[in-house]
Design a protein around this ligand. Structure first.
Ligand SMILES: [Zn+2]
Ligand SMILES: [Zn+2]
Length: 308
């Protein structure tokens, strides 16, 4: 598959969300003046974890920033944008598996759900697996070749399946499916799509394990789930660092990104949750220990120590 096609396909991964987030004007306020202590504290912790992140480099051919000129979004700009935040009534991230999953995919969904919980500090509820309908009317499904299989229109999930399943306490409802997705006839396939307005999203596992071992498949799923859920809380693409919230155009770029949020995005999450960054890193260290993700554990421990 050519890089150009990958660009088109992956661009569509974020289109639904990015277009739903209208750009907010840059906030040029001087953080040193009249700043609330909790925000000053977050700026202090941002500086302390900064050494553990790589500044965004010059984009390589086909990378997201080569084809999408974006301004990024700092922590201060995020606060000024009146973002969609979890509320006391809507705090839970609901995960809805739809389809038939093998043992490996089931493990990936379980681990990713736990990571969402540790990462955002919000309760995550995994709902009982639902079967996908055996047959759908066109255009909700279409057949494609190489290999011959069914694709389901992502809008079918976003418009018909998920909204009735959205409960009152849900900050967001994320569906994982084993079905291959397509958004419309202009595209060959799409990895996922979300509707900020409806607070629902659907992500396909169909292509994420393509020529990948379990660890790569898991990390790709974790990164995509975090990235898209971040969009649901109005977090825009990050251009300052290599960050889980940076836009990606192809799986190679996804694989290069860290699973964690950069200092600017970390502060957004801590502010959203009214918590200290240390609480978040404590959770992330416990998560990495539980799943024996040694590299991530060492990384989270360094950041945990830095903000103690
Ligand atoms: Zn995105
Ligand atoms: Zn970031």
């Amino acid at each position: 598959m050519t890089l150009k096609i990958w660009n088109l396909l992956l661009l569509s991964l974020c289109l639904g969300i990015v277009s739903a987030c209208s750009p907010s004007p840059a906030n040029n306020q001087n953080p040193a003046r009249g700043i609330p202590p909790e925000i000053a504290g977050l700026h202090f912790d941002m500086n302390r974890i900064e050494p553990f992140f790589r500044p965004m480099g010059f984009p390589e051919y086909g990378d997201w920033l080569e084809t999408n000129k974006e301004p990024g979004q700092t922590f201060d700009e995020y606060i000024a944008s009146s973002p969609t935040l979890p509320t006391d009534e809507r705090r839970t991230i609901h995960v809805q598996p739809i389809g038939k999953f093998d043992e490996q995919q089931t493990r990936v969904i379980k681990t990713t759900s736990d990571y969402l919980q540790a990462f955002f500090g919000l309760p995550v509820k995994t709902l009982t697996v639902k079967a996908a309908p055996a047959k759908l009317k066109e255009p909700d499904q279409r057949m494609i070749d190489y290999p011959q299989h069914r694709q389901v229109r992502s809008g079918y999930f976003l418009e018909k399946v998920l909204p009735p399943l959205l409960s009152k306490d849900a900050a967001a409802l994320i569906a994982f499916t084993d079905e291959d997705l397509y958004p419309d006839t202009s595209m060959f396939f799409v990895f996922g799509q979300a509707s900020l307005e409806k607070r629902v999203g659907v992500w396909s596992l169909y292509r994420l394990d393509d020529q990948a071992d379990f660890d790569t498949f898991l990390r790709r799923t974790m990164k995509i789930a975090i990235h898209e859920t971040g969009h649901m809380f109005s977090m825009r693409h990050c251009t300052k660092y290599e960050c889980v919230m940076s836009g990606t155009n192809h799986l190679g770029e996804t694989d290069r990104r860290p699973v964690d949020a950069c200092p600017e995005c970390m502060a957004k999450i801590a502010w959203m949750n009214k918590e200290k960054p240390l609480d978040r890193y404590n959770r992330l260290v416990a998560f990495a220990k539980k799943y024996q993700m040694k590299e991530e554990m060492r990384d989270f421990e360094k950041k945990q120590k830095a903000v103690e």
